[in-house]
Design a protein around this ligand. Structure first.
Ligand code: KG4
Ligand code: ZN
Length: 393
C-alpha cells in the first residue's frame, strides 16, 4: 500500500483546525486557530460566534496546513472532516468546505466522529514514536469540555468498534473546570489556569463529597428488568456494569463554599484585575488570589482527578483491559497525568496520553482516524450532514 496523505479538517467547537497526516502515523502539518479571544469576554463558547469565526478562518487554516506539509490541494489523497458531535453550526462550516474541496478536486470524502478522533490522537503519536504494539482490549477515557466517556475499543479487520461503558450524567469534566473557573473569577477556558494554580494550594483543605453514582444506577436497566433479563446468565454476563460520572454536584459545592466563606469580594477583585490584563500570567493570578481561593482550586482539581482515575481504573479491572488511553482536552491536565501514571503503574496497566497539543482539539487526530476508513473505502456520501449528538460505536 503506497503512502496516503489525508487532509483533516476540524470545526466542531472553538478551534478551526487543519492537518496533513501520512497513512495514519505521521503528522506532516498541524494548524490550529483558536477562538479563545473571541469567546473570552462571554466566559464560554458562543455558538453563533464560533460559526462565524470558523467561516473566517477555514480557508487560510487549510491553506496553511497544505503549505506547511509541502502539499497542494491536488496532491492530497483524501479529505477527512469531523461530522459530530459538536455545535451544529460550527460543524457545518468544516463539512461544507470539505464537501466543496472533495467535489472540485474529485477526492474521496471521509466523515469522522470527533470522539474517535481523540482516541486516534493517542494511536497516531504512539505509531509516530515507533510503538506499533498496542495490546487489546483498550479502555479509552475521552475527557474534554463536552464529553466524559469510557469506551472499550476493539480493532475489527481494518476498522474500529467502540462500546460505551460509562459517561457523565450531567456536566463533562472540562465543563466543570470551566464553570468553576468562571465562578472564581479566573476567566475562560478554566482548565489550563486551574491546572497551573492548583499546585499553589492545599488539595486537602476542602473536602468534597465523592461524585458517587449509586451502584444500582450504574446498570443500563432497572432492577426488575435485570432480574427477568438475567435468568440463567453467568455472573459476568449480568455484570455489564456501567461506570458513569457526575460533575454537577461538585460545581454546586464550590458555589456553596464561596457563599459560606464570603469569598465574593476577593473573587470580584480578581475578576476585575484579570479583565484589565490582556494575557494574564500565572504571577498575575497569584498576586490577586488569596489562600482560600488557591486551596479551593487545588481541592476541586484533586476531587475531579481522583474521581476520573478511580472510576476509570475500576472499569479497567472489571473489563480486564490490557491498555488504557486518556485523551481529550482535560487529558492535558498535569495532576491527571501524574495520578493516572502512578495509579495505573500500581495496577500494572500501561497508560498512554497524547502530547498536550494533541490532547485538545486538532485536525491531525481527524486525519488519523480517517485512515482506516480510507483503506476500507468507507467514503462519506455527498449528502451527509452534521450530527450534533453523533454517537460513537
Ligand atoms: O478537547 P477539547 O479541546 O474540546 C472539546 O472537545 O471539548 O477540550 C476543551 C476542554 C475545556 O473544558 C478546557 O478547560 C479543558 O479541556 N482543558 C483542561 C486543560 N486544558 C484544557 N482541563 C484541565 N486541565 C488542563 N490543562
Ligand atoms: Zn474535543
Amino acid at each position: 500500500m503506497p503512502d496516503a496523505y489525508i487532509l483533516g479538517i476540524e470545526s466542531s467547537c472553538d478551534e478551526t483546525a487543519a492537518a496533513v497526516v501520512r497513512s495514519g502515523e505521521q503528522i506532516i502539518s498541524n494548524v490550529v486557530a483558536s477562538q479563545i479571544a473571541t469567546h473570552q469576554p462571554f466566559g464560554g463558547v458562543v455558538p453563533e460566534l464560533a460559526s462565524r469565526e470558523h467561516l473566517r478562518a477555514i480557508v487560510p487554516v487549510v491553506k496553511q496546513a497544505l503549505l506547511e506539509a509541502n502539499q497542494t490541494y491536488e496532491s492530497v489523497d483524501a479529505i477527512a472532516v469531523t461530522q459530530g458531535p459538536g455545535l451544529a453550526g460550527a460543524l457545518l462550516v468544516g463539512i461544507s468546505y470539505a464537501k466543496a474541496l472533495s467535489y472540485a478536486l474529485e477526492k474521496p470524502l471521509l466523515a469522522v466522529n470527533h470522539l474517535e478522533g481523540h482516541i486516534h490522537a493517542v494511536l497516531l503519536e504512539e505509531r509516530q514514536k515507533g510503538n506499533q504494539e498496542v495490546n487489546f482490549p483498550v479502555l479509552a477515557l475521552v475527557v474534554s469540555g463536552g464529553h466524559t466517556h469510557l469506551y472499550l475499543a476493539a480493532q475489527r479487520n481494518a476498522g474500529w468498534t467502540y462500546e460505551n461503558i460509562g459517561h457523565t450524567r450531567d456536566d463533562a469534566a472540562g465543563e466543570a473546570f470551566d464553570k468553576v473557573a468562571k465562578l472564581l473569577g479566573l476567566g475562560y477556558p478554566g482548565g489550563p489556569i486551574i491546572d497551573r494554580l492548583a499546585p499553589h494550594g492545599d488539595p486537602k483543605a476542602v473536602k468534597f463529597p465523592p461524585a458517587q453514582i449509586k451502584h444500582r444506577d450504574r446498570r443500563t436497566r432497572g432492577a426488575d428488568d435485570d432480574r427477568n433479563h438475567n435468568r440463567g446468565k453467568s455472573e459476568a454476563a449480568i455484570e455489564r456494569e456501567r461506570f458513569d460520572f457526575s460533575f454537577s454536584g461538585i460545581k454546586t459545592a464550590v458555589l456553596r463554599y464561596v457563599e459560606v466563606h464570603e469569598m465574593h469580594p476577593i473573587i470580584e477583585n480578581l475578576r476585575q484585575a484579570m479583565s484589565n490584563i490582556l494575557r494574564p500570567k500565572l504571577e498575575d493570578y497569584l498576586a490577586y488570589s488569596d489562600r482560600k481561593t488557591l486551596d479551593l482550586v487545588a481541592s476541586f482539581q484533586r476531587a475531579i482527578v481522583d474521581d476520573l482515575v478511580g472510576k476509570t481504573l475500576a472499569a479497567a479491572s472489571a473489563h480486564h483491559v490490557a491498555t488504557l488511553f486518556v485523551t481529550g482536552g482535560v487529558a492535558a491536565n498535569s495532576e491527571l497525568r501524574s495520578t493516572f501514571g502512578l495509579a495505573s503503574a500500581k495496577q500494572g496497566l500501561p497508560v498512554y496520553f497524547p502530547s498536550r497539543p494533541l490532547s485538545t482539539d486538532n485536525a491531525a487526530m481527524i486525519a488519523a482516524a480517517a485512515y482506516p476508513k480510507f483503506l476500507a473505502r468507507d467514503f462519506a456520501p455527498m449528502d451527509f450532514s452534521a450530527e450534533a449528538g453523533l454517537v460513537l460505536r
